[in-house]
Design a protein around this ligand. Structure first.
Ligand code: ASC
Length: 151
């Protein structure tokens, strides 16, 4: 059966909506569970972001499909840690200003998530120069947030 373009877009939007909703409503029995959840999510983010590093440095051949797969996973897992910084879950490597400066922390998250748009575009286009530039911006957003909100 041939799916219509509108149908595919609608399905894509629905699953993105479902993901965002799920990422916002995750529940934890104990504060330590929230810490573990967000640390697990950051571990996945780091693994898939780090996979791109030798590519943008020209240390391995550019494999478009492998890069696109990493960026796809990165874009999904990037949505996960934030709901796990709920009230009452101080700890891990998070500084207290995650909770005392929620607006700033939210802005830092948004800068990171926004940086993944150009990264995804570059990966889908198979454009290594664009990928390199987008990778640097995403890395800068990681670092900016860590400098302010992580011990
Ligand atoms: C990584 C990683 C980070 C960021 C940051 C970028 O690969 O683990 O925390 O990039 O170092 O500056």
């Amino acid at each position: 059966m041939k799916k219509s373009f509108v149908g595919l877009v609608a399905a894509g939007c629905a699953s993105l909506f479902a993901l965002t909703a799920a990422a916002q409503t995750v529940q934890f029995a104990k504060p330590e569970d929230a810490v573990k959840y967000r640390q697990g999510a950051f571990q996945l983010i780091r693994a898939h972001f780090s996979n791109l590093q030798p590519v943008v440095r020209g240390q391995v051949p550019y494999d478009k499909a492998a890069v696109a797969a990493d960026v796809y996973v990165l874009d999904v897992v990037a949505k996960l840690p934030w709901a796990a910084f709920a009230e009452g879950t101080k700890g891990g490597a998070a500084k207290d200003n995650v909770w005392s400066d929620p607006a700033g922390f939210k802005k830092a998250q948004e800068a990171f998530l926004a940086s993944l748009g150009p990264l995804t575009k570059a990966a889908d286009e198979g454009d290594l120069d664009k990928l390199r530039a987008a990778f640097a911006k995403t890395g800068a957003s990681c670092k900016a947030c860590h400098d302010t909100y992580r011990n």
